[in-house]
Design a protein around this ligand. Structure first.
Ligand SMILES: *Cc1c(COP(=O)(O)O)cnc(C)c1O
Length: 404
């Protein structure tokens, strides 16, 4: 088995393509991490204070979740053993679904093992060739892949542009129309105009699917999410809305769910391929997630702490914005985007912070539009006031040292 590949084989292109990634400085590498106390982390053995985790409420290492998972493993073992359609639907997973529906104040929920797989296969369960799907230009990759897999006609509308969406919906001859949007946009931290989107869906007989990966646990009363924040749950819930959220971010574990009307969720249970043909999530995770929902509901101090850090960062950055020309995008979510402009400036800032013991990722095109390279600062209830103070001081220090 050590015959060389012929130079003309397509497999020989792969090392050449990797070399091209190196040449363009686009090769990605992973770092190995070990979480420490709070937002501290060992990154390739170096201690850093991180501002890049999606664990917005600091629940990933919460003792209640750890204990619930431990007890769940004791009761159910670690693997689920099968698809939820066969033997994988544990009583723990069923109880979690009931808790999720109650928490987001929608009639019924369906629990998936991962968010990416949920989006990628829920959309094809709803629309197909001959139908139309309308997708915000800044939607998450998993929604984009779901649109492509569906084979429906894809109409991409400019970010947040409801007038453009209205025109596209009006012009579409498709009978089945699905509008798909992030509820909180992951690179900017801004919230979609949910009532506006729903009004358009009503006018054009469309279904609205919202991905609230970054809103659940953070927005709305008791962290019930963006839809609850918009007042569109409970008695105000619309049969035209399919709500989706991941359980890997503020909820601190992994997995995802969709929620909506009884009949819509029943349809997805029948037709979503990543539900039917994938092994159910282990019951120990459902147990941890039940503990997570209890904390979200009964520990308002978690959200209060996150909100305090957001206010502290935004107020503390103001003098620096005036001096540097940086822009802080409007956001009252955990995602705070500090736009510095050029790729070089963003990378230099990230490196300056790293030298000062802080890990804040620089995000560059094509992930964000040209000329808007940025630091994506992710705040968490795990950050202390001193942590954010340290970030502000390091940003100031780095900015001033690069000016002189
Ligand atoms: C993270 C994310 C997902 C994917 O969820 P996972 O649980 O990580 O698979 C989907 N949509 C959005 C907007 C996300 O940020």
């Amino acid at each position: 088995m050590n015959q060389a590949l012929s130079h003309s084989s397509w497999l020989a292109d792969i090392p050449r393509q990797l070399a091209a990634l190196d040449a363009q400085q686009l090769r990605r590498t992973r770092r190995t991490v070990v979480p420490q106390q709070g937002a501290h982390i060992l990154v390739d053995d170096q201690p850093l204070l991180q501002f890049c985790s999606n664990d917005y409420l600091g629940l990933a290492a919460h003792p209640d979740l750890v204990e619930a998972a431990r007890a769940g493993a004791q009761d159910f073992g670690v693997g689920s053993g099968g698809s939820p359609m066969v033997s994988g639907h544990s009583t723990a997973n069923a109880a979690l679904e009931a808790d999720l529906a109650r928490f987001v104040q929608l009639p019924r929920a369906l629990y998936f093992y991962a968010g990416f797989a949920t989006n990628a296969s829920v959309i094809p369960a709803l629309v197909a060739a001959g139908d139309a799907v309308f997708s915000d230009a800044l939607n998450h990759a998993s929604l984009i892949d779901g649109c492509r897999l569906s084979r429906a006609d894809i109409q991409r509308y400019p970010h947040g542009d409801l007038a453009a969406l209205d025109a596209l919906l009006a012009a579409s001859p498709a009978r089945r129309k699905l509008v798909v949007s992030d509820a909180v946009f992951s690179m900017d931290g801004n919230v979609a105009d949910i009532p506006g989107l729903l009004a358009l869906c009503e006018r054009h007989d469309a279904l609205l699917m919202l991905d609230d990966a970054h809103g659940l646990g953070v927005l709305g009363p008791q962290g019930r999410g963006s839809l609850a924040a918009a007042g569109l749950t409970g008695t105000q819930a619309s049969p035209r809305v399919l709500y989706m959220a991941t359980l890997s971010k503020a909820a601190g574990v992994s997995g995802a769910f969709v929620a909506g009307s009884e009949v819509l969720v029943e349809w997805l249970l029948q037709k979503t391929r990543s539900y039917t043909f994938a092994t159910a999530a282990p019951a120990l995770l459902a147990r941890a997630l039940q503990a997570s929902l209890r904390l979200m509901e009964h520990e308002p101090v978690l959200r209060a702490r996150l909100q305090a850090r957001i206010q502290q960062l935004r107020a503390g950055l103001e003098p620096l914005l005036a001096r540097t020309g940086w822009r802080l995008l409007p956001s009252d979510t955990a995602i705070q985007a500090l736009v510095v402009g050029s790729n070089g400036a963003a990378l230099a800032l990230m490196e300056g912070l790293r030298q000062r013991g802080l890990w804040v990722p620089a995000i560059r095109p094509p992930t964000v539009p040209q000329g808007t390279a940025r630091l994506r600062i992710a705040l968490s209830a795990a950050h202390t006031e001193a942590d954010v103070q340290r970030l502000l001081a390091a940003l100031t220090d780095t900015a001033l040292s690069s000016i002189v």
